[in-house]
Design a protein. Sequence first.
Length: 262
Amino acid sequence: MSGAARETARAHKLVEVRDVKKNFGSVQALKGVSLSIHDGEVCAIVGDNGAGKSTLVKILTGAHQPSSGAIAIEGREVALHNPDEARRLGIEALFQDLALADDLTIWQNLYLGRELTWGGPLRFVRKRAMSQQARHMLDGLHMNIPSVDAKVRKLSGGQRQAVAIARAVGWKARLTILDEPTAALGLRERTAVEDLIERLRDQGRTFLLVSHNFDQVMRLSNEIWAMRNGRVVGHRRTAETTGDELVALITGAKASEFHHSA
């Protein structure tokens, strides 16, 4: 995507979080969070443990519902009552545990829970069709993956991560949430996964990246939201900030640029 095209895409807010609060009993995990995610970009959220990042991700994926506030997709408020509803609206997530079945093949993992079937009351699984479409899916994403008949257990860490990303973005997801996508990988595999994310972004895919790795955030993201104690305390275009400034925002060394009511 060219610079001009990306600026046009940036004018389009794909997802908006509007003054979202979340209470767990007397604990207020989110205290009025507002942020936006632009189409065709990598948006990053940074913050220390306890900042509210995981709670926000669970709300966006339908695992939690906000106590108040709203989520909007392309300007229309939506209710994400459960993860299936979030997926129907085009929100997929890749978590640290990947949720891959080691003893199943690559194509079986890609179609897990989405199996193609035919027939009447006795449904038959269309194995050949799923295998062929899985290969087409991976080829379309330009992924360096062996035979789709290979068991996931035999893959390297980077290849496993690539399969998990393919499963998330391969179903025409409008937003893919990446939660610490390279935390357990070595340098070479981390580089390969980051290259894949960049390539998919340049194809127009939209990502929300949650990472403690500020170098990675600076390499991959287009914009960054900093959180502290359940609030958004700063927003920057990545090209206009530094890792040191982000650290100052999330630790409180730099004053929050937003004012919130309690």
